[in-house]
Design a protein. Structure first.
Length: 643
């Protein structure tokens, strides 16, 4: 027999004061009395039973010392012969991924069932066994490392929370193997619903027990939501929605779409099992807002609610200042620029020194000695400049080739279009030819020099039918997007459980003080549950994650993410301006693996026994014996009968 905690033997010193109390005698006090007749009779009786009194005195002492020794022996946790070599290192992996929130027909969630099974395993541990707790949700965490103190593991399991992320069960198993020191003593128990990729590889794996929690359930889910800007409409957007039903029979549902709490569309959908449904929804909004897609499956068995909604953030579109410089009014240019939403058009006759901030400068038949800085669009230049030289004039120029890969050319088809009187361009720097004539002459080109952007079109709009073609306003819209550095891509919605680099647009970065190094060091992010964590800054991007909750994540200086105090003004709270708001990014589940609530394994355990021999630890019997001795000692020697 060996002791698990021999250092607790020091408590045996408590027997010393107990012995001292029994040895010490109380000195009798002298008291005069009127007669000794009755006292002599009493002393005679005491003298006859003095040996019995002495025996009762020492037996009481022995019983109390035996009680102390048994209690301290139980505290040292003695092990049976060979039990020390049979102790195990048990790692309990609890899957707290999104699919564990599914509720069965009995009204109990898979998560509650999993926690009850985990607590049952802890309660069944043998004396000397070590236990650790690992979670396998959106990220692998170790709430309790390897310990022989079972209550710590029990408290950790009771404090576990669900996440909205995908399962990391296989990664959790690898982490569990690193926690244990002796592979021959290792026992890994994974409590999960088995709804994760790779679950079938655990069947028959030595040392790993997969315990299923919950029952198979049908579920309808939004599996994808992707939003992009329209390439032809500055305030337009297109949203791709995908939904799927993981069940046995077709169901009828409704897909509801709203933007900024305003209803956009309601689409009745029939979902076939195993056949994803998808649709692209188009709309327009200059103000932007939160685009929310909901799947209404009321009256239909739907095991998981968290995947019935997905969101995306549509940023607002600012006004675009455009200055048109022309010596003579141009009906074509004024009409096409005025028709583009968000454009604030100003017509001038003199060339400014730089393009308007947040917009661009259009020069029509005007060429200054030095081009202004910023974004400049030149149409039908009258001569040379520091960026190009105007070559020969081509009487009947026919466009033979265009650069379809350029961001200025999407949805623009000008091949075989005639541009009478166009001029050949010889660009000074390494420019990108956009339109090339049949003889190889460049008629249109783009150039990027540092922060300056330039587009040159050497064609006379009055002599050609280009302004009458649909390609012309599309070309102007593409130029607006290109000058402002905008593409059709929006900030994508993140998926739970991922580490992401979120690009922050220039306006938001400037208003939040991203360029201030001291402010950037205090940047953080807050998820939908209110959890705040530090964010690292990389240029104009913030690295966040992994995010455990679906919803909106707010990114910005820490002072801006904290809730305002009642006596604190908005300006003082933000540390920047009263109008500053955190940058927002949407987080969704959109994971087919988590939404499919059917286990990936054919056969798995519903419970596991790790007890072994089934004998109770020796400390239990010592404690019971000590309780019996102290009860007997009190009953025989300490109790007082009054009557």
């Amino acid at each position: 027999m060996s002791l698990a905690s021999p250092e607790r033997l020091m408590w045996l010193l408590i027997a010393v004061p107990i012995i001292m109390l029994y040895i010490l005698r109380t000195r009798l006090k002298r008291q005069p009395v009127s007669t000794l007749l009755f006292w002599d009779q009493l002393f005679d009786q005491k003298r006859q039973r003095s040996w019995l009194q002495r025996l009762r005195h020492w037996l009481s002492l022995l019983l109390q010392l035996a009680f102390v020794f048994l209690v301290i022996g139980a505290l040292t946790d003695p092990l049976w012969t060979g039990q020390k070599n049979e102790t195990r290192q048990v790692v309990i992996i609890v899957d707290n991924s999104a699919s564990m929130a599914a509720v069965g027909d009995d009204g109990q969630s898979r998560w509650e069932a999993a926690r009850q099974k985990a607590l049952g395993i802890v309660a069944g541990l043998r004396g000397g066994d070590e236990v650790a707790v690992v979670t396998a949700g959106s990220s692998v965490r170790v709430p309790v490392g390897m310990t022989d103190f079972a209550p710590a593991a029990r408290d950790a399991i009771e404090a576990l929370q669900l996440t909205d992320g995908p399962s990391r069960a296989l990664a959790a198993i690898d982490a569990a193997k690193r926690l244990t020191r002796s592979p021959e003593r290792r026992r890994i128990v994974l409590i999960s619903d088995g709804c994760f990729e790779g679950a079938q590889t655990l069947e028959g794996q030595s040392g790993v027990d997969l315990v299923l929690a919950g029952e198979t359930a049908n579920n309808a889910a939004i599996t994808a939501l992707a939003v992009r800007r329209s390439l032809v409409d500055p305030i337009g957007y297109a949203a791709l929605v995908e939904a799927e039903y993981f069940g046995d029979e077709a169901i009828d549902v409704r897909v509801t779409i709203d933007l900024a709490d305003q209803l956009v569309d309601v689409i009745p959908v029939k979902l076939e099992p195993g056949k994803p449904w998808s649709k692209t929804i188009s709309g327009a909004s200059a103000d932007g807002g939160l685009l929310r897609v909901k799947l209404d499956a009321r009256g239909i068995p739907d095991g998981l609610a968290i995947d019935n909604e997905a969101i995306a953030v549509l940023p607002s579109r600012p006004r675009i200042p455009v200055t048109l410089v022309t010596e003579q009014p141009s009906l074509y240019l004024e009409s096409v620029l005025g028709a583009i939403p968000l454009v604030d058009l100003t017509v001038a006759t003199t060339v400014p020194t730089q393009a308007p901030a947040g917009g661009f400068l259009m020069l029509h038949r005007v060429v200054p000695e030095k081009l202004p800085s910023g974004a400049v669009f030149v149409i039908d230049p009258s001569g040379d400049s520091d960026a190009w030289k105007r070559g020969r004039q081509i009487e009947q120029a026919i466009i033979a080739r265009q650069d379809t890969a350029s961001p200025l050319m999407p949805h623009v088809r000008l091949t075989n279009v005639m541009l009478p009187g166009a001029y050949e361009l010889e660009m000074v720097d390494d420019a990108t030819p956009l339109l090339v004539e049949a003889g190889g002459a460049t008629l249109m080109a783009s150039l990027v020099r540092g922060d300056d952007r330039l587009v040159v079109l050497a064609a006379d709009l009055d002599s050609s039918d280009l302004p009458l073609r649909i390609a012309f306003p599309v070309l102007m819209t593409n130029a607006v997007n290109w000058f402002l550095g905008q593409t059709g891509e929006l900030q994508p919605s993140l998926r739970t459980g991922t580490l992401a680099e979120v690009a922050i647009d220039g306006a938001s970065a400037s208003s939040l003080g991203l360029n201030d190094a001291r402010t950037a060091r205090s940047w953080s992010w807050r998820d939908a549950a209110g959890h705040v964590a530090p964010a690292s800054i990389n240029g104009d991007a913030a690295v966040i994650g992994p995010v455990d909750r679906v919803g909106l994540v707010q990114i910005g200086p820490l002072s801006l993410l904290q809730p305002p105090q009642p006596s604190e003004s908005e300006t003082a709270r933000s540390g920047t301006t009263a109008a500053a708001e955190p940058f927002k990014v949407a987080v969704n589940l959109c994971d087919r693996g988590e939404s499919d609530l059917r286990p990936r394994v054919e056969a798995a355990k519903t419970d596991v026994d790790i007890g072994g021999s089934g004998r109770r630890s020796l400390w239990f019997y010592l404690a019971c014996t000590a309780l019996g001795l102290i009860t007997a000692e009190w009953f025989l020697y300490q109790r007082r009968v009054v009557g």
